[in-house]
Write a protein that binds this ligand. Sequence first.
Ligand code: GLN
Ligand code: ZN
Length: 758
Amino acid sequence: MPENKVRPIGPTVLGYPRIGPRRELKRALERYWSGATSAGDLQAVAAGLRRDTWRELSDAGLGSVPSGTFSFYDQVLDAARTAGAVPERFTALGLDPLDELFAMARGWDGVPALELTKFFDTNYHYLVPEVAPQTRFALRDRKPLDEFVEALAAGVRTRPVLVGPVTFLLLAKPAPGSPAGFAPLELLDPLLDVYAELLAELAAAGAEWVQLDEPAFAADRSPAELDALRRAYARLGGLAQRPALLVAGYFGDLGPALPVLVEAPVEAIALDLVAGAADADAAAALPGLRDKTVLAGLVDGRNVWRTDLDDALARAATLLGTAGRVEIATSCSLLHVPYDLDAEGGLDPALRERLAFARQKVGEVVLLSRALREGREVVAAGFAASAAGRASGARDDRVRARLDALGPDHYRRAPAPDRAGVQRRQLALPPLPTTTIGSFPQTASIRADRAAHRAGHLDDAEYDRRMRAEIERVVRLQEDIGLDVLVHGEPERNDMVQYFAEHLDGFATTELGWVQSYGSRCVRPPILHGDVSRPEPITVGWSRFAQSLTDRPVKAMLTGPVTILAWSFVRTDQPLGDTARQVGLALRDEVHDLESAGLRIVQVDEPALRELLPLRATDRPAYLDWAVDAFRIVVGGAADSTQVHTHLCYSEFGDVIGAIDALDADVTTVEAARSKMEVLADLGPGVPRALGPGVYDVHSPQVPDTREIRALIAAAQEWVDASRLWVNPDCGLKTRGEAETTAALRNLVTAARAARGD
Ligand code: GLN
Ligand code: ZN
């Protein structure tokens, strides 16, 4: 591939949202799945969205427009289909390609879907490819080519974007039944054959550049994995017929993978200079970079703030001396931010000035590129507007003074055994106490009431009456089932983070700020933009009401600071830890008011504690420090007699076990049913207080029978003494049906009573 024939790539974005500015794809998918429309209708919506995106990006002045970033469900699934990694249970169905894709994503007639899991440290979820020693890769689905050709016909010569081969295999898992010790990476060579064929076809179709995404190298990687990267790009770079290659690393610095890529025979490397700023310095020391184009990812693809253009320009200019050519780019795909700020009517103007969504970020890339090529004067007006929008978040000196005044004593509760004694006397619970994780099934009528209230069709008084009726129903139900610690059921919460964001100062919520979570599912993360405080109690009224209905203890429910940050767009003008502490302080006030209202148990949910864990091990201790700190601010002022629960949702604790212990919660509930209590091998010795490993898998509609639950309780007792064991489901029940939930909870109570010997 002679260097002088490569056309410069120009300013670009690594990817773009695809769900549609008004979630058109979501609606079209759901209509098709429900049988209301044909595949042709769905394809037409998809083609329209692709064409609009290519036109918009091309008209905006980007030098290179990506294609293949559209997906009916997930780009990793698309890559699996392109490479022919389709497990036999799906091909055996004999479906047409579109339905086969949906079968892999969502299951089909009892055939289970691929596993869905988080994409690195984002809130996007991908489908995990299954690879076995007998997997025969082959160029099976020609989506990358089809979309390139489609875009060309629409007048845009795009840059196809593919999941890189090494990241693909690192994201895959051994198919069930693979021999022990088999690693998908062993199949790199046959997979490269498919990529080689695809690259040749793309070149023949007229593609000048292809982007290969290798974000797996923003995490710690073994020497063997780095060697796989080296081999992969030596092979692909050495092909006789191929487009110019851009390898993109993002979500952090490439670290030791950077020199590997710089030495590889590829034409360009994209660096995430937002999450991986260290790469800029590291790159400067690599002479090989003089032969390469560097895409400087200076516009944040994962957050909603305007770029500091002067700072970005200075950093791009520094790279000029190091790289053969420098182009401006986003740090990663814009998939992770909403479409268009201009579509938001209700935002405070001062906040709006500080924001940039996908469309505005494209503008920033173009502007920065002009400044770099033609000089800052040419785009001075754009820079001035951007500077004006870089005000920092609203400051609340009261919040800051209160945080400064918190000393170690304000964080530390009495020793856990002393608290346990006081709580035992106060709460008088039986051994193996039974409880739930918080939410009860959200019926259609609850959702309708919430929506009507939000839209102004249901006045406050009537809304309040209906929610109270629901709380009363759920409390009576729990009494009837015989649970020991009750909950109010969370009917008033649309979402465990958005609910708190709507009631705290320092947050804003959007109308159309949807971001794809997986498939057709989208979320609207709140924007945490200023100092956080709690203007008035949030949950106290509902919890107090629930407690007034019963003599049994009611557990109040709060979402913890780490989870609130993890599922929001968070200000970057101060360290995350400082922001987390502010959220912690607001929740601390809530705990205090709950105690005053007579609640004796408070649960602080932190399902995102592990999610937010940095990709590189060296960054983890600092994160865990502030995460634990923020949690302890929430509960550190609670009376000894107040029992603090936390719920962590997942079931693998390896790296975070020390941090979970440091949360110092009186009771920790986790997911454990599917793993048959294996989690207790770590957790049992690591957290020497009470534990509630889930005995009922809430992800399945199946009602566990009493014997099954008893067996799980017995298995738990192998690890943890009965005196510190709780009996509860794996997680909240809000997505479950009512009848199955009631039946399952009845069995849970029967099993716990049997285990007690009642
Ligand atoms: N209390 C929440 C609920 O029950 C916890 C949800 C979660 O763990 N994700 O819904
Ligand atoms: Zn959970």
